[in-house]
Design a protein around this ligand. Sequence first.
Ligand code: ATP
Ligand code: MG
Length: 426
Amino acid sequence: MKLQAVRGFKDWLPEEAIKYQYLIEIARKELKLAGFQEIKIPVLEKTELFVRSIGEVTDIVQKETYTFEDRNKELLTLRPEATAGICRMVIEHGLYMRPKPLKIFFIGPMFRHERPQKGRLREFFQIDVEFMGNLTPYYEVELIELALKILKKPLKNQREPFTLEINSLGCPNCRPAFRDYLLYALEKEKEKLCETCKERLSRNPLRILDCKKEQCKEVVKGLKPISEFWCEDCKNHFEKIIELFKIRNLSFSINSYLVRGLDYYVRTIFEIKGEGLGAQDTVCAGGRYDFLIKELGGPDLPATGFAIGLERWALCLFGEKDIPEALLEELKPQCLLIPLGKEAKIKGLKIISTLRDKGIKISALFEDRSLKAMLREADKLGASLVLILGDEELKENKIVLKDMKKGTQEKISIDEIEFYLLENLL
Ligand code: ATP
Ligand code: MG
């Protein structure tokens, strides 16, 4: 039997890993600049956490989670998203008692049993950012601006492939009226909906607004937007956000049919879409979840957050195969030592250790092949400088340096390698 990775679970080859690490480092740097602190939550949580937070009737909990009983018959779920786990952590460890706002982020894999396709995996990475505290619209706008800033950072301003869409889902005062209206209006059109949406009608009618199927989009077009149902407070709040967006010169569009797949959102929600991604074009999504922490047994702590899908972000920036040349450079050894003979190999171990201490990137070939064969290997590995240490050089305390690009070589004293390399490489 041929062994293969599980469907929808991706290996990262070195070329891919370097691309994702590059993006993660950019995000991490921006988040730290903005005062966010990195945390780690477990991959597994009790199933109950997700049922209570994301909502029993959501697509995620009903169809997408990896849920199983462990050896002690405890029902566990691989996290499909990070917000629930972070809220649990904040409650369990009393983080809510720390000075506020609490600003935290987490980067790691999420698991959802969805149909794998372009931009949709079963294991995917999210950069998840959460903000908890006295949530004024300024904070919300700051956070959305930060999400855009992170996404655009690797582009160095050449392109604008990202577009921001926002909406408000109202609050517990006004949303029930909208839900009732949806049930009433959609019941009449039920026959026109796709099979999934027919099912959604009774349990999660808001999600129908988000259906990608043409037949459902047609039905949705005929509905009243949620904005007609907002209470005074929700309306004012949304207007304030829009005003601040304009002041900040952020381009955005209001999408009255934007909803989120999770139950816990209230008021402002947003999505950032990316070009060239096809049907799965949301790179970043987020919004407010003012009541979730309380519902999970914590204090009254309004919150908002967003999650960037790492693979979709990369796909949007670099396309399917395209890995920036500068990143690939990182995979090559700068210097490669070829020690010939036993004595030289022993000395070689010391040389590479010393040079690495000085911050020089160096690998070695400790093999008994011919120099010619090893030079060919060095070339294939992409080394720019090769250090050759033979018996003769060893006696003179010297080493041969070969510049692989120019094809030139010279002999220098072993004690000077460090200075020579620092001068020529850094
Ligand atoms: P979608 O509408 O694409 O299913 P969602 O509403 O389920 O997204 P969220 O739970 O808000 O997504 O997750 C935030 C981000 O995580 C998405 O915008 C996307 O970039 C990424 N994401 C979600 N599901 C997947 C997946 N199955 N594969 C890859 N990335 C994903
Ligand atoms: Mg989804």
